[in-house]
Write a protein that binds this ligand. Structure first.
Ligand code: FES
Length: 60
């Protein structure tokens, strides 16, 4: 995972979101929003967050 910005509105990186998902055991976009603020402004990054949730949670 990388330092790519996923959420442009709040400048949240892919790594920040991944860490939040892994460390917090997050499973929904709402939880990621609460943990990182990603997705809470325009919502344009929500499909990317959903994709990350799916990918990371599938590994378990
Ligand atoms: S890009 Fe994430 S809320 Fe706008």
């Amino acid at each position: 995972m990388s330092e790519n910005i996923i959420c442009v509105c709040n400048e949240i990186t892919e790594k920040t979101i991944e860490d939040a998902i892994r460390n917090g055991g997050l499973t929904t976009v709402e939880e990621v929003e609460e943990a990182t603020t990603a997705g809470s402004v325009c919502g344009g990054c929500i499909p990317d967050i959903e994709e990350m949730l799916e990918k990371i949670n599938k590994e378990k």
